[in-house]
Design a protein around this ligand. Structure first.
Ligand code: ADP
Length: 170
């Protein structure tokens, strides 16, 4: 059985991530989407919240499992006996960062972990969790970027009333 892991912060998951999840799930027998701690980012949603959101958006995908891990991806892969990591590439700006991580993981795992890159769907190439949070933080409409229930959760996090915001934006 071919299993792959799609690691990320998913803070929160966007339509861009969901597109990668769907496509990777079609390529592998089993896909584990793992919420990781990114030491250079301070998350808005707790790991538990991010896991729950991911479970909700993947509930129709039978071969997708949601997990979390606090540590190095290569250690996670070793524990779970996974040899393929999925990453999404949006633009050339992602490339250098992603290439460095992929090569580091390959080296540190003694060639046990390879990274498979999926290029973003052009519709979502502009999307990032950071910009979604930025826009939602000013009560902006992010319904084109995340599912409705995630937009509501974002507004709650920023202390806005969902109903009021909807009315104001139209
Ligand atoms: P990380 O903190 O690991 O960068 P993210 O949650 O920001 O976590 O991203 C996880 C992965 O999803 C990364 O490979 C990133 O390039 C990819 N990704 C993020 N946004 C998109 C998008 N809009 N389309 C495709 N891939 C994306």
């Amino acid at each position: 059985m071919k299993t792959a892991v799609y690691p990320g912060s998913f803070d929160p998951v966007t339509f861009g991530h969901m597109d990668i999840i769907r496509r990777a799930a079609a390529m592998f027998d089993h896909l584990v989407v793992t919420v990781m701690n990114n030491s250079s980012k301070s998350p808005l949603f707790s790991v538990d919240e991010r896991v729950k959101i991911l479970q909700e958006v993947t509930k129709d995908l039978d071969n997708v499992e949601i997990d979390f891990y606090d540590g190095l991806l290569i250690d996670y892969c070793k524990e779970k006996k996974i040899h393929i990591a999925i990453r999404g590439l949006r633009a050339i700006t992602d490339f250098e960062y992603e290439l460095q991580i992929a090569q580091t993981n390959k080296e540190l795992s003694h060639d046990s972990v390879d990274t498979v890159f999926l290029t973003t769907n052009l519709r979502y190439s502009y999307l990032s969790s950071s910009t979604v949070k930025e826009v939602a933080g000013y009560r902006g409409d992010v319904s084109e970027c995340v599912p409705d229930f995630v937009q509501k959760l974002l507004y709650q996090k920023f202390g806005f009333e969902p109903e009021r915001v909807k009315g104001e934006n139209r």
